[in-house]
Design a binder for this molecule. Structure first.
Ligand code: ZN
Length: 471
């Protein structure tokens, strides 16, 4: 299972398109990430649920750029309810001694609205609405400057659990009394005195149609940003299309998921650092899901020629025993994975990156001899992937390739199958790590400048194929 590595170095200068070989893609399968598991365990809200099944086209997520300033609700402390002095005629009136303004249900002496006034008896502090049985059903706050008895404008209407101070949900209005936001609250923290916003849905003005939404933690910090399926984004029938996980309390995106109408995850997104705010997000990589919610892997995206992997290399095969390590024989600048049964196994990208070269060696290599008689370099299939920060991984002796030169690959994406093409004496993967890849032509041109500097792959493999942390 030896390989003549000195030839592999020379091969770096060669770039061959995938035309030498069929480039049909192939699905890999991985377990869910810890983030997914933790996120799922913390979920369970009715916000992203049910509906008719149907797959969405994969698009770059569209995000609203006009992010509304934070309008966390101020909780005015309600006063205790006093016995309500009904007027003898049950007409609307202001009790100038208690500073309360009463409005009655027509034809009855039942209070419909009670406005608690400032001492001037004309400015509203807050108000309650009652049902015909005298139970509280809503709580109101008003716009400053528009909260007089003559000119009161509701800014928030909190719908209460009947007869209590517990908030069910709330609506925010503009000065023309049109709906502009809808709120849901954390259970156990949703009283009028201690309400904690859990979800804020920004609405299309005057409608019950959701533009986008946020989720908050108990410290009122933003944690998730939502976008919705068109035609399924009303308050009574909203369906999450994208869920962006934010760095707590900021508008900065960590990663995101895409969902179909049925609420199934269909894609996972990572973003470029420094370009991942809600108003300026740039996707770095994405991976699609198959029906069972597992990775299928998909090419990623780049911004301004920048491609950066996770920085942690994953062992690229499942049978991860190194059968011939660094300099196991003179000149062996790599690690061979050659366990029994590895023939035709899937080969995975050790990290996300850009395929600088995926090629089959042609007749130009016929003059090079292999250390083993009867072998030839001609026909060897090889891949080089650039991961940013000067790092390149090399995959040799492949039986088949599933990516092409110029592709972007996601960490863990299947890039081909293990074989024994070239000088190999048996099926194995020759895996190499180059650390001075910064000399590759910008942005990742096909030419190589300078001498490749190989390092012992064993010193760079930080993750097993089943370790999904830090992806
Ligand atoms: Zn080798």
């Amino acid at each position: 299972m030896k390989t003549q590595t000195s030839f592999l170095i020379i091969m770096l200068v060669v770039v061959a398109a995938c035309g030498f070989y069929s480039c049909a893609g192939e699905a890999g399968s991985f377990d869910r990430t810890p983030e997914e598991v933790a996120e799922e365990e913390s979920q369970g809200e009715a916000v992203e649920t049910v509906g008719l099944p149907g797959l969405e086209n994969m698009d770059l997520p569209h995000v609203e750029t006009d992010i509304e300033p934070e309008d966390q609700v101020d909780g005015a402390a309600p006063e205790d309810m006093v016995a309500e002095p009904l007027s003898s005629t049950c007409t609307n009136h202001i009790n100038t001694s208690t500073h309360i303004w009463y409005v009655y249900y027509t034809g009855t002496c039942t209070t419909k609205y009670r406005f608690n006034l400032e001492a001037d008896n004309s400015t509203i502090r807050y108000a309650y609405g009652f049902d015909t049985a005298g139970r509280r059903i809503s709580y109101y706050q008003y716009y400053d400057g528009h909260d007089t008895v003559q000119d009161h404008k509701v800014i928030y209407k909190f719908t209460l659990k009947t007869g209590t101070y517990t908030i069910d949900h709330a609506v925010k209005y503009d000065l023309n009394s049109r709906w502009i936001a809808y709120y849901l609250y954390h259970d156990g923290h949703d009283t009028v005195q201690d309400h904690k916003l859990k979800y804020k849905f920004v609405l299309k003005t005057g409608t019950q149609t959701i533009n986008y939404g946020y989720k908050y933690n108990l410290d009122t910090q933003k944690t998730i940003y939502y976008e919705y399926h068109v035609d399924y984004n009303t308050i009574s029938n909203h369906k999450v299309r994208y869920k962006f996980f934010l760095k707590t309390g900021t508008n900065t995106i960590n990663y995101a998921y895409k969902y179909d109408i049925a609420g199934n995850r269909r894609a996972y997104f990572l973003y470029h650092s420094g370009y991942n705010t809600i108003s300026s997000h740039r996707m770095r990589f994405r991976s699609t899901y198959n029906a069972s919610g597992r990775w299928t892997g998909e090419a990623g995206f780049t911004v301004s020629g920048v491609v950066t992997g996770t920085g942690r290399l994953m062992t690229p095969v499942v049978l991860d025993t190194i059968t011939c390590g660094w300099y196991c024989y003179s000149g062996h600048q790599g690690a061979d994975f050659g366990s029994a049964g590895i023939d035709s196994d899937n080969l995975y990208a050790a990290d996300s990156g850009y395929v600088v070269s995926a090629y089959t060696m042609g007749s130009e290599y016929a003059s090079y001899s292999c250390p083993v008689e009867g072998k030839t370099l001609v026909g060897q299939q090889m891949i080089y992937i650039y991961h940013g920060n000067g790092k390149i991984t090399q995959y040799g002796h492949m039986k088949s390739m599933a990516v092409s030169t110029g592709d972007y690959v996601f960490k863990g994406q299947v890039i081909g199958k293990v074989g024994s093409t070239g000088c190999a004496t048996g099926p194995h993967l020759h895996f190499g790590v180059i650390t001075n890849g910064k000399t590759w032509g910008a942005p990742y041109g096909s030419s190589y400048y300078g001498s490749p500097y190989y390092e012992n792959p064993a010193n760079h493999l930080e993750q097993s194929i089943n370790d999904k942390t830090g992806w």
